[in-house]
Design a protein around this ligand. Structure first.
Ligand SMILES: Nc1ncnc2c1ncn2[C@@H]1O[C@H](COP(=O)(O)OP(=O)(O)OP(=O)(O)O)[C@@H](O)[C@H]1O
Length: 481
């Protein structure tokens, strides 16, 4: 769209000159000012097809101008530039309705292509004015101090390629953080590739990561690119890193040390150019002590640790997360519902063992299963009781006997029964395996075969659960309690 009128506000004359030259060359009419007041006057007069504004200006903060412009002229797109390279500035700019945010110094080509997009990309039919809608565009919801701290760390990481290790219980948003690191980082135009160690059979992990040559092993009928190759120039997210077999850990360590690798069955070494983000819900230090995780790999990955707090430690985020998910399901065609204050308080006091994922699932159920437009405390209590009922079936032994006591009784029986014939080694793993099977099987029975809920109850990742079901050959029967 040549011939557009572009309004630019920046108190730096050099930037005004550079932008004017670049945009005029494309045939646009460019008007520049060094202050916010003039920009506002132009907007009020109905001038301009696009606004480019700085944040810090002598008379007013450009970010404060954004919502005012959007309110007056919802169709006018705004590009915000700033030297305050924080995720919060980026987030604020998007939240307030800016089309794009460009941290300074920026690449002129990037600015030009953003301008082209802003002028040509079709506009949504309904301009979103609702604050809730604006919040939808944010990658991470929550303004609790704990989340603010996370944003601060993310902001500092924005311009770097540092390796990041994300710790947090299942469902706390580890993958979302990994994506935000990529989407706001300098590799955002490259690919984001995720691989979940718990979801892939152990023997295939190395070929999944590094690819394999034709004929490298039985079944390798063609050459296959690994995730390292797919992520070239971008970010590789190693999810559930604690589930990585020790041999694959050794290989990964070597790749991280040397910056190159060979495909399984291959000879030529390939240089890697990927940013690594790893995540786990496990206690890796304990795994190191148990000999299950390599300490040297841990230090390679743990360059910048990020600990995502469980939802119960930031209950002030519960209402905004609920609003976010309600709006999300409404966009998928379900009626938009609200939660009354009493019900909201109850949801804030719940412990959320499955964290944000559990909350998201509950909101989906509340939206889909109940006719009421305003969800009250009785509906919420009913849902929570169902979760609890499924939980007690699994966790509590009959006749009031605690799980620990029951286990002790069984183990005593085991030792007495086996006497001299106790296995020579591997008892620890064997006992755990013996308990793992009935635990998973009974949980699935309690959830009537619903694997998502079973994973929540167990506090396991869904993929981990699926893998265990396969490994332990557990029959999942749906709809039977
Ligand atoms: N702060 C948040 N704002 C909005 N959505 C969130 C937030 N945190 C998590 N979610 C949502 O909750 C769900 C679980 O998040 P995610 O998959 O990132 O968790 P995880 O910690 O990687 O879980 P797991 O360890 O089980 O893989 C996703 O649907 C995600 O979009």
């Amino acid at each position: 769209m040549p011939g557009a009128t572009i309004l630019i506000a920046d108190d730096d004359r050099a930037i005004r000159t550079v932008l004017t030259q670049a945009l005029a060359r494309l045939g646009h009419d460019v008007r520049t000012t060094g202050n916010a007041a003039t920009l506002w006057r132009w907007v009020e007069d109905g001038d301009g097809d696009l606004v480019i504004t700085d944040v810090v200006m002598p008379d007013e903060n450009g970010l404060d101008l954004v919502p005012r412009i959007k309110k007056l002229r919802p169709d006018l797109r705004i590009i915000v530039m700033s030297a305050q390279n924080t995720l919060l500035t980026a987030v604020k700019a998007t939240e307030r309705g800016a089309f794009e945010y460009l941290p300074k110094p920026f690449d002129l080509r990037e600015l030009v292509s953003t301008v082209e997009r802003a002028l040509t990309q079709p506009k949504p039919a309904v301009a979103s004015e609702e604050a809730a809608d604006a919040e939808e565009q944010l990658p991470l919801i929550g303004r609790s101090p704990a989340m603010q701290e996370i944003y601060r760390v993310l902001a500092r990481l924005m311009g770097t390629d540092l390796t990041v290790m994300i710790f947090g219980e299942s469902g706390t948003g580890k993958e979302l953080v990994a994506r935000a690191l990529h989407d706001f980082g300098k590799r955002r135009s490259g690919p984001f590739v995720a691989i979940n160690m718990a979801a892939i059979p152990r023997e295939l992990i190395e070929s999944e990561l590094f690819g394999h040559e034709k004929g490298a092993f039985t079944g390798a009928t063609t050459r296959s690119a690994g995730r390292f190759e797919q992520a070239q120039g971008g970010t590789l997210f190693l999810d559930e890193i604690g589930d990585m077999p020790i041999e694959a850990q050794t290989r990964l360590l070597r790749v991280l040390q040397e910056g190159e690798y060979t495909a399984v069955g291959g000879r030529t070494s390939i240089r890697t150019d990927v940013r690594i983000v790893a995540a786990t819900h496990r206690d890796l230090r304990q795994m190191i002590r148990q000999g299950l995780f390599r300490e040297d790999l841990f230090y390679r990955l743990n360059v910048v640790p990020i600990r995502l707090p469980p939802l119960r430690e930031r209950t002030e985020d519960v209402p905004s997360l609920i609003r976010h998910f309600l709006a999300q399901v409404a966009r998928q065609g379900l009626p938009l519902k609200t939660i009354d204050p009493q019900a909201m308080d109850r949801l804030k006091s719940y412990r959320w063992p499955g964290n944000v994922r559990e909350l998201e699932n509950m909101v989906r159920r509340l939206a889909a299963l109940y006719a009421q437009e305003i969800i009250g405390i009785d509906v919420v209590e009913q849902e929570l009781a169902e979760v609890a009922a499924a939980g007690t079936t699994v966790v509590e032994a009959p006749a009031g006997e605690g799980l620990g006591a029951a286990a002790e009784r069984h183990l005593k029986e085991y030792f007495t029964a086996h006497g001299e014939a106790l296995p020579a080694a591997g008892l620890y793993d064997r006992v755990l395996r013996e308990i793992e099977r009935p635990l998973i099987s009974l949980t699935l029975t309690a959830t009537r075969g619903n694997q998502i809920r079973a994973a929540q109850l167990l506090g396991l990742n869904r993929n981990t659960l699926r893998k265990k079901i396969r490994e332990l050959d557990i029959q999942v029967v749906r709809g039977v309690r």
